[in-house]
Design a binder for this molecule. Structure first.
Ligand code: GCW
Length: 701
C-alpha cells in the first residue's frame, strides 16, 4: 500500500510538471501520451485475474501490473477472481509439454478478447508480467501483442563489490545500498525497488558483498541481516549469495588453519552451510576470490584452487548451493605475461571440480579494459562450467562521468568464436552450456548501483544495468534493440528523439576506446584509481601494474608482442583464432597492439601509418564525444528537464576528459615516435608536464 501511494504521489508530481530524478529507472509507467493508443489500452485492459495459486511471486506480479497499469492508463485496473468476457489480463499456469517448455519462460498473447500471460511456473508469470508492462511502456500496439521468451543462461547474477562499512569498491554512484547497521530491523524500502528492477530484466541472483570479502558476513550477526535482504529479494525470484573469505574459520572461530583438506575445517564449513540454510532456505551459494591480489586461499596451504572450491562445494551440495570460484589470479610471476596467468593456473585443473562448482572468468585476460579480446580460458576448460564475469561499473571506462553503452562491448565478447569445438563455438555458447553440455551455467555483472537517487550515478548508464540483464537472458539479442527498448521506457517515446539517443549510445563504446585505448592499447590509465590517462607510469608495486609494461612504446614502435616471437600468449587460443591474429597484416585493427609491437611507420590497411592512425583515432574519438554533447543539446525542451540537464552536464565532462586522454596519450607517445601530429588536426595547446600534473591531482591524498 505504501508503495502504491508513493507511486501515485510520483504520478501527481509528474503531472504537475515536477522533474524526474531518475529514481524509477526504466520502470516509469508514465501515462501514455498518444490519445488513440491510450484509448486502445483502456478499452483492451479492464481487469487482472490470477488464475493460479497465489504465491509470493504471483503476488509480486499482480502488484506490479496493478501499479504499472495505474500509471500507464491513468486509472485503476483492479485484480479480481471473477472471469470477465473481455479485456482481462489472465495469468495462468500452462501444462508441461505445451508451448512453454522452460521453467522460467513465458508467453504473453492477445486473443480475441483477453490478454493471457502463461508460464510453467509462478516465476515465469512474474517475468511475463514485466514483459507485458515493458511492451506497453514502449507504446506498442495491443493487437500485435505476442511475446514468447525463455532465458538461455540459467544463473543471471549481479555481483556487488560492497563493503561492510558502506563503501563500494570501484563504485561511482554513492555508497552501498545495503544499510548493514539498520538491518535486520529496518529494511530500506529501496531494497524492494532494487528487487523489482532486477526481476524486470530477469536477473535471478545477487551476491551482496565484495569479493575482497570480510569474514564478518558469515557470523550469525550478519547472516541474520543478509537473511532480511533475502526475504525481500525472494519475492521477486532473486536468490541471495555471499562472497566469502577463505580463512573465515580463523577469524570467526579461532582456527589455526583454513587448510581445505583439514577435517575440522571441512566440518566448520559444513556446519556454517547448515546455519546459513536454516536462515535462508533458498540461499544461492558462495563467490570466491582466492589467492588473488592478497586475498587468502588454498594455495596458502599448498592446496589447489580445486581443493578449495571442492571443500566449499561439498558443504553446500546437500542444500543445493553452488560455488563460483573466480579465475582472476595473477600471482605467479609479474615478469610473465599477465595475459597468460589465469589460463596457466586454471587450465590444468579442468575436470577436477565438483559438479556444483563454476569457474567465473572475466571477459578478457587482463582486467575489464575498454576493449580486450576474449579470455583464452573460454573454450579451454570443457569439463568445467565457465561463468562469465562482466563489469557493469565503469572502473576503466571513465567511472560515472562517461556515457558508454557497454552492451556493444559485452556483445563483442559473447559473439567471439573460440573455435573450441569447431566454428560457432562462441563465448555465448560456451557460457550457456551448449558447446560442452553443462546444465549449470551462468553470467555475472559487477553492479554499477549505489545510493545515488538515480542508482547508477549517470542516468545514461542505467542502460548498462538494463542491457546486462537482457543479454544475460538472451545473449543473441541485438544491442540496438535493447538500447531502443531502454530509451523508450526511460527517456522518450518519440521516435525521432529515440533515434538521436540511440545513435549516441551505439557509437559510445567505440568512441571511448578511440579516445582512451585505440588499436588494442590497454591498461594505460591512472595508477590504482584507474581514471584519467597515465601512459607514462613506469614504476609501481608490480611491473604489471605499470602502463609501460602494457604499451611497450620505444623508438621503433608501439604494442605488446604476444606472438610466438614475444610472450607467446597468442598460443593459448585455438589455431583458427591464432590464424586471424598472428599476422599484423590481417589482425583486426582493434586488437593490433594487443598482440603486436608495430613500427611507427608501418603502413596499415587503412592506408595510414601506425602513427597517423593513432592520431586519427585519438582525434576522432574526442570529436565524437564532443558530437554526443551537440546531438544531446538538440533535445533540449524535448525531454524531462532534470534528466536532460543531468546528462548534458555529464556529456560536457566527458568531452573535456576525452581531450585530456587524447592530448596526454599523443604527446607522450610522440616522445617515442618523434613524428609530428598531422597539421590537419587542431594543435594541442598544453604541455605533457601539465597533463602529468593533472592525473597526479586526482591521485593526491
Ligand atoms: O579490476 C580489479 C580491481 C579491484 C578488484 C579486482 C577483482 C575487487 O581494480 O578493485 O577487486 O579487479 O576483480 O578482484
Amino acid at each position: 500500500m505504501k508503495y502504491l501511494s508513493f507511486f501515485i504521489f510520483s504520478l501527481v508530481m509528474q503531472a504537475a510538471g515536477y522533474a524526474d530524478d531518475g529514481y524509477r529507472l526504466w520502470l516509469k509507467y508514465d501515462l501514455i501520451e498518444d490519445p488513440a493508443l491510450l484509448k486502445m489500452y483502456r478499452s483492451g485492459i479492464r481487469s487482472i485475474r490470477l488464475q493460479a495459486a497465489e504465491t509470493a511471486l504471483t503476488a509480486s506480479a499482480v502488484r506490479e501490473l496493478t501499479t504499472g497499469l495505474m500509471g500507464l492508463l491513468g486509472k485503476a485496473i483492479n485484480s479480481t477472481n471473477k472471469p470477465a468476457s473481455s479485456a482481462q489480463i489472465i495469468l495462468s499456469l500452462s501444462p508441461p509439454g505445451g508451448v512453454i517448455n522452460h521453467e522460467e519462460g513465458y508467453r504473453v498473447v492477445k486473443d480475441k478478447s483477453n490478454i493471457r500471460i502463461e508460464a510453467l511456473t509462478d516465476r515465469g508469470l512474474l517475468y511475463g508480467s514485466f514483459a507485458l508492462l515493458a511492451y506497453l511502456q514502449q507504446a506498442r500496439p495491443l493487437h500485435a501483442l505476442h511475446l514468447e521468451s525463455s532465458p538461455k543462461i540459467k544463473l543471471r547474477l549481479l555481483n556487488h563489490w560492497d563493503n561492510p562499512n558502506g563503501t563500494i569498491e570501484r563504485g561511482y554512484a554513492g555508497s552501498s545500498l545495503w544499510k548493514w547497521y539498520d538491518l535486520p530491523d529496518q529494511p530500506d524500502p529501496r531494497y524492494r525497488d532494487y528487487a523489482r528492477t532486477n526481476a524486470s530484466i530477469g536477473i535471478n541472483g545477487t551476491v551482496v558483498n565484495n569479493v575482497n570479502a570480510s569474514a564478518r558476513f558469515l557470523s550469525r550477526e550478519y547472516l541474520v541481516k543478509v537473511a532480511a535482504l533475502a526475504s525481500i529479494f525472494r519475492q521477486y525470484g532473486i536468490k541471495t549469495y555471499l562472497s566469502i573469505r577463505f580463512t573465515a574459520p580463523t577469524y570467526l572461530d579461532g582456527f589455526k588453519t583454513a587448510d581445505p583438506l583439514d577435517p575440522a575445517v571441512r566440518q566448520w564449513w559444513k556446519e556454517k552451510a547448515g546455519e546459513i540454510y536454516s536462515l535462508i532456505p533458498d540461499f544461492g551459494g558462495f563467490l570466491v576470490k582466492a589467492n588473488s591480489e592478497g586475498e587468502p586461499g588454498p594455495q596458502d596451504y599448498n592446496r589447489t584452487h580445486a581443493d578449495g572450491a571442492n571443500m566449499l562445494a561439498e558443504a553446500l551440495a546437500t542444500h543445493g548451493g553452488i560455488v563460483m570460484w573466480r579465475a582472476f589470479v595473477y600471482k605467479a610471476n609479474p615478469n610473465n605475461d599477465r595475459a597468460s596467468e589465469s589460463y596457466n593456473e586454471f587450465k590444468p585443473l579442468d575436470g577436477q571440480f565438483l559438479d556444483n562448482v563454476l569457474v567465473q572468468v572475466k571477459n578478457g585476460p587482463i582486467d575489464f579494459q575498454p576493449r580486450e579480446p576474449f579470455h583464452p580460458l573460454f573454450g579451454a576448460m570443457p569439463r568445467t562450467p565457465l561463468m562469465m564475469e562482466f563489469q557493469i561499473t565503469q572502473e576503466y571506462l571513465g567511472f560515472a562521468t562517461h556515457w558508454v553503452y557497454l552492451a556493444n562491448m559485452f556483445k563483442e565478447v559473447l559473439d567471439s568464436d573460440t573455435y573450441s569445438k569447431g566454428p560457432g563455438s562462441t563465448v555465448a555458447r560456451i557460457i550457456d552450456g551448449t558447446v560442452d553440455r553443462h546444465k549449470l551455467n551462468g553470467i555475472a555483472g559487477v553492479a554499477n548501483t549505489g545510493s545515488d537517487r538515480n542508482w547508477c550515478g549517470h542516468i545514461g548508464n542505467q542502460a548498462n544495468w538494463y542491457a546486462f540483464g537482457r543479454l544475460a537472458w538472451d545473449p543473441d539479442l541485438q544491442t540496438g534493440f535493447i538500447a531502443e527498448d531502454w530509451i523508450r521506457m526511460t527517456l522518450t517515446r518519440n521516435t525521432a528523439d529515440v533515434d538521436v539517443i540511440k545513435k549516441i549510445m551505439m557509437d559510445s563504446h567505440e568512441a571511448c576506446v578511440d579516445y582512451m585505448t585505440p588499436l588494442g592499447l590497454h591498461h594505460i590509465m591512472g595508477e590504482s584509481i584507474h581514471f584519467g590517462p597515465q601512459p607514462w607510469l613506469a614504476r609501481s608495486g608490480r611491473a604489471d601494474w605499470t602502463s609501460t609494461y602494457y604499451h611497450r612504446a620505444d623508438s621503433i614502435g608501439l604494442g605488446f608482442d604476444r606472438t610466438e616471437g614475444g610472450s607467446k600468449a597468442i598460443g593459448l587460443y585455438a589455431p583458427e583464432v591464432q590464424a586471424q591474429w598472428k599476422d599484423p597484416e590481417t589482425i583486426p585493427l582493434k586488437y593490433l597492439l594487443w598482440f603486436h609491437h608495430v613500427n611507427w611507420n608501418k603502413k596499415l590497411n587503412t592506408g595510414n601509418t601506425l602513427w597517423e592512425e593513432l592520431c586519427k583515432r585519438y582525434y576522432s574519438g574526442a570529436d565524437r564525444a564532443a558530437g554526443f554533447l551537440k546531438a544531446w543539446q538538440n533535445l533540449q525542451g524535448r525531454l524531462d528537464p532534470e534528466i536532460y540537464s543531468a546528462i548534458e552536464g555529464k556529456l560536457k565532462r566527458q568531452g573535456w576528459e576525452a581531450e585530456w586522454w587524447r592530448d596526454s596519450c599523443l604527446l607522450y607517445f610522440q616522445t617515442f615516435s618523434k613524428l609530428p601530429i598531422p597539421g590537419s588536426y587542431p594543435k594541442i595547446n598544453r604541455s605533457l608536464d601539465e597533463l602529468k600534473q593533472l592525473v597526479r591531482l586526482y591521485q593526491m591524498r
